[in-house]
Design a protein around this ligand. Structure first.
Ligand code: FAD
Length: 319
């Protein structure tokens, strides 16, 4: 089933979880156990990332297919298109299609580690728009296609002090091209200034983007990780957040607690503005994501308490 309808439709607030392929087999087993517990809370969908250039291709496919068919949650697979021949892209799409997955997040991808720029593979694609067009041309309406949106503009467009109005407008116009080419859902890059997200939604509507726009929320789990991520994505950090984190930055528990508080407040504000979905970048961790959903009243407290570390691992990996 395509996630677009569920995200848009029935008037109730829904949520979803993003995961990434772990580096070790043990990590994969742990992830399946965690996913199983998290899926018990009924996310509308879960998605799994794709290592740029296809670096995690086999594992991403395996995890996606298991999510859809054994963990039994509507699944969206990320797929990047640069540094990858078209055959590899089609192999991935055929594989998930044969396994009943109907949702793809179509991305450009970043250059591989150690390279500043990506090299276009001969006959390959240079941007997400190419991939969206390809999927629609080759697979018709079979897939629901999601694309990435950038409330602060794509980091390539951001100079010191933020994107210029012109760069921001060009970025939006390009996003509209992705939607016009067949994408039916937008998930945003992480952000920590809710006003920027709300303005982005309103700017998208102004230029005629009508599909649902889902906010990507990354709970702050760890101070260094937060700085690394926001540095990499050139995310604006409000002075309130800096002031709150500065005195507690060496206290991991306090940072996590603040992350849950902030995530909750951001989601409350967004939901109060008529957005119906929150998408959580879990970083493969469950506590902060579940705590935020519990604070929002979107999942039952009793289920969280029971399902956290004390539950014996489900045997999904070997099922
Ligand atoms: P595109 O949409 O192709 O373009 C990025 C920007 O470049 C555009 O916003 C626009 O400003 C400019 N641009 C590109 N082409 C054109 C054009 N033809 N005309 C005008 N402007 C253009 N990376 C991974 O490797 N794996 C993942 O699983 C993954 N998941 C992600 C999930 C989300 C929700 C987000 C927001 C990002 C994710 N990324 C992932 C990161 C992503 O690959 C990078 O941000 C990458 O740099 C851009 O990908 P994109 O699909 O947004 O690119």
């Amino acid at each position: 089933e395509k996630i677009r309808e569920a995200v848009d439709g029935e008037g109730r607030t829904v949520f979803s979880f993003e995961f990434f392929p772990p580096k070790t087999e043990e990590g994969v087993e742990n992830l399946f156990e965690r996913m199983d517990r998290m899926v018990a809370h009924n996310p509308t969908f879960c998605d799994i990332t794709w290592g740029a250039g296809g670096s995690t291709a086999d594992l991403t496919l395996e995890i996606a297919n298991r999510m859809q068919n054994i963990i039994s949650v509507e699944t969206m697979m990320h797929l990047t298109c640069t540094n990858m021949p078209v055959e590899k892209i089609d192999h991935a799409l055929d594989n998930i299609k044969n396994n009943g997955i109907q949702n793809v997040l179509a991305l450009r991808g970043d250059p591989p580690h150690g390279q500043d720029k990506f090299v276009q593979v001969e006959g390959g694609f240079s941007c997400a728009l190419d991939l969206v067009k390809h999927i629609r041309a080759k697979y018709g309406d079979y897939f629901g296609i999601t694309v990435a949106g950038y409330p602060e503009a794509h980091p390539d467009m951001i100079q010191e002090g933020g994107a210029t109005l012109e760069a921001y407008s060009n970025d939006l116009a390009y996003l509209k091209k992705k939607v016009d080419a067949g994408a039916d859902l937008i998930i945003t890059q992480l952000f920590y200034d809710t006003d920027i997200f709300l303005k982005f939604v309103s700017d998208c509507r102004q230029i005629g983007i009508t599909c649902p726009i889902v906010p990507g929320i990354m709970p702050i789990n760890n101070y260094k990780g937060f700085l690394r991520m926001t540095g990499f994505c050139k995310t604006k950090i409000t002075s309130e957040i800096t002031a709150a984190l500065d005195p507690i930055k060496d206290n991991e528990e306090a940072v996590k607690a603040y992350g849950i508080h902030l995530g909750t407040e951001m989601c409350k504000k967004i939901l109060a503005h008529g957005i119906k979905t929150v998408h959580l970048y879990t970083l493969n961790m469950e506590k902060s994501a579940l705590a935020i959903l519990m604070n929002l009243g979107l999942i039952e407290e009793s289920k969280v308490t029971r399902s956290l570390p004390w539950r014996p691992p489900a045997n999904v990996f070997r099922a």
